[in-house]
Design a protein around this ligand. Structure first.
Ligand code: WTA
Length: 647
């Protein structure tokens, strides 16, 4: 029996959208998308207003997605300049450093304007022009936001690489998008430790074209190696002009590329464009979080992920909000850090990942209770399903029972929230993504027939029927892969890669990925990437990687490894492989469990049967299914006998 939570009375009264508004607006949004989005496009400022709103084809072989495509605008002017007259002295960004002993910064919209213009001028002087790619590999410092906005200001396309990624992963992305400049910092302080970002960038750039330049922000002032390609941001920005005319770009010019994992091959560059993305990020930020003037909004994500793009930087700043950026981790110096920050900066909306909630829940209530959380009005979660226990704890202990929880389901590809309860409109159900945002038409498909399953109380694959302005437009440099990945399995729909259930009331529950993507601590990872890292080790003959349920991380990384003949399994080798994968991809891809597998279950045609490996890792032997098609069914017995995930 699901416990439900009625919307709080003050929300019903004051929220931007109540239940009646939702029903009316939703109906209008799907009845006439062009009229609906034509109106909401006015949320942002256009240089040349659009006359066309929507021009979309989901036809496989001919997929094309365009919104507002005869309009022109500039994103940084929308996020900064247009607020200057009314709120130049309002704080745009509150920056909270890794160590609570260091001072926080309050950056006003006026400050942000100057800093962004300076960075834009520095980039221009380095030869960056409209359409050029700039990779950002940065700690969570204000300069990361300046860098994004500076690129947007001059029409350059940024591609942020999470600072936890390895030099190899960085090099692949720099090369993948043909970046002209990499913006980085000397070091990235996190949890009291300094990651040597500049050194990592140097290692990466050894595998990139010599013409790639770097712009280095001094965060800690540590001594770092310096070469001809390096440019000192602190020195250059000191003398750069603090004005820079925003470049006019088309609504469909790319704003950014963000590499994300898929079920096969290496990560792909998701391309988001300018106009539709900004409209969607701004609208969802305002309505999902019920943001009002004066609120202090905090999303704990990193700008290296899409959540940081849409809901730390672009959405909030387009709305003239005050957005908090935190450099550190939830458990440093101790497990009360998040709550101390909420108290210190009087945070109104707090948005984090279930993995953080579960980890902090495990530390006990005392860490929460010693902070004054009375400023909180709303809580949000993102990135993975939240289990009802964690939801209830978040609701009771963090929110004091006063704050609605928005469980936002969306993806790197979607640009913004696709499904979430709205705080003033919906009775929430712990663990459900619930209702579509405006303009979103979710459908549940039968995985075999591809037919829509009508009615309630049904389960299947989750697809979306029509486009919305924040949707990705293509895979960088590979439109065919875009069509193959999202439009080929179920013709005429956008395929999300997730499974879902529509319950008796018509609410949606995400049941997890139906492909070979796993979700580890809210980080999305392709099992194929971890496999290719493992087999790159010279003692590994073969590897298969699956997810398994993990109490804190949601899913853990379970690796079956077949060694080269003559190699002996050992604890040391396990450690060596873990370190190897961390170096190849980054700490987030570190294997949790490695099982030595003398053989892997394969069909007679040599295809690894991952379904079986998944079941073994999940300790679900009863459901192994048909193993008679295996070339050698006895390998399964060995794998079961030696599985790692005991107890
Ligand atoms: C999963 C993160 C359940 C889902 C914004 C999706 C979720 C993938 C939720 C995208 C949620 C995200 N409930 N599952 N509220 N939010 N997911 O691209 O499997 O890093 O497909 O985007 O995370 O991950 P991505």
């Amino acid at each position: 029996m699901t416990r439900t939570h009625a919307p709080h009375a003050h929300m019903v009264e004051n929220a931007h959208v109540n239940a009646a508004d939702y029903d009316k607006m939703y109906a209008a949004s799907v009845a006439d998308p062009a009229a609906f989005w034509g109106e909401h496009g006015k949320r942002i400022d256009w240089i040349k207003p659009y006359t066309r709103v929507k021009d979309v084809s989901y036809d496989f072989g001919n997929v094309s997605i365009k919104w507002y495509d005869d309009g022109t605008l500039n994103v940084s002017a929308n996020c900064i300049d247009r607020h200057l007259a009314a709120r130049g002295d309002q704080t745009a960004i509150i920056w909270e450093p890794d160590s609570p002993d260091d001072d926080a910064l309050h950056i006003t919209y006026r400050d942000l304007h100057k800093a962004t213009c300076k960075m834009a001028n520095v980039l221009k002087d380095m030869g960056v022009e409209k359409g050029d790619r700039v990779v950002i590999y940065m700690p969570m410092i204000p300069e990361a936001a300046y860098a994004m906005l500076a690129c947007a200001r001059i029409g350059a396309i940024h591609s942020i690489v999470f600072a936890g990624f390895s030099p190899d992963a960085l090099a692949a992305r720099v090369n993948g998008c043909g970046a002209k400049v990499v913006i980085t910092a000397d070091q990235a302080p996190r949890g009291g430790r300094n990651t040597p970002l500049k050194t990592n960038a140097d290692k990466a750039l050894a595998n990139c074209d010599d013409s790639v330049k770097t712009l280095v922000v001094r965060r800690t002032g540590a001594d770092v190696p310096w070469s001809d390609r390096d440019h000192d941001y602190n020195a250059l920005s000191a003398t750069a002009s603090d004005t820079c005319e925003p470049t006019e770009v088309n609504a469909e010019d790319p704003l950014f590329i963000l590499y994300t994992s898929g079920s096969t091959g290496q990560p792909k560059g998701v391309v988001h464009t300018t106009g539709g993305y900004l409209v969607y990020a701004a609208m969802t930020h305002q309505i999902t979080f019920d943001y009002h003037d004066g609120d202090i909004y905090w999303c704990t994500a990193d700008v290296g992920w899409v959540t940081g793009h849409s809901y730390i930087v672009y959405g909030p700043l387009a709305n003239g909000a005050t957005t908090l950026m935190f450099e550190g981790v939830p458990t440093y110096p101790d497990a009360s850090r998040f709550w101390q920050i909420c108290e210190k900066h009087k945070v109104s909306q707090f948005y984090t990942a279930p993995t953080a909630i579960r980890a902090l829940m495990g530390q006990g209530d005392e860490f929460v209770k010693k902070a004054d959380l009375s400023s909180l009005k709303l809580l949000g979660t993102v990135g993975e399903p939240i289990n009802p226990e964690a939801w209830e704890w978040y609701n009771d202990v963090v929110g004091g029972g006063r704050c609605p929880i928005v469980d936002t389901w969306w993806q790197t590809e979607t640009g913004g929230h696709l499904m979430t309860p709205l705080p003033g409109a919906h009775e929430t159900k712990p663990g459900a993504a619930q209702r579509p945002f405006f303009g979103i038409e979710p459908v549940v498909l039968d995985p075999t027939s591809g037919e829509e399953i009508e009615g309630n109380g049904v389960e299947g694959v989750l697809c979306i029927k029509d486009s919305w302005p924040g949707q990705m437009r293509t895979v960088w440099g590979d439109h065919e892969r875009f069509e193959q990945t999202y439009f080929s399995d179920y013709k005429g729909y956008y395929f999300t890669g997730d499974g879902c259930r529509r319950d008796q009331d018509g609410d949606y529950w995400i049941t997890g990925r139906v492909d070979d993507v796993i979700n580890v601590s809210g980080h999305r990872m392709g099992t194929a990437e971890v496999e290719s890292a493992l087999v790159a080790h010279d003692k590994v003959a073969e590897a298969a990687v699956v997810g398994y349920p993990h109490n804190i991380k949601g899913q853990g990384i379970y690796c079956y490894v077949t060694l080269m003949s003559g190699e002996e399994p050992s604890e040391d080798l396990r450690k060596e492989l873990r370190t190897w994968v961390r170096n190849e991809i980054g700490p987030i891809a570190s294997p949790d469990l490695i099982q030595w597998a003398p053989g892997l279950p394969k069909t007679r045609s040599g295809k690894i049967m991952r379904r079986i490996l998944r079941k073994i890792a999940e300790d679900d032997f009863g459901a192994l299914g048909d193993t008679s098609t295996l070339a050698d069914p006895s390998v399964v017995d060995d794998l079961i006998a030696n599985r790692m995930n005991k107890g």
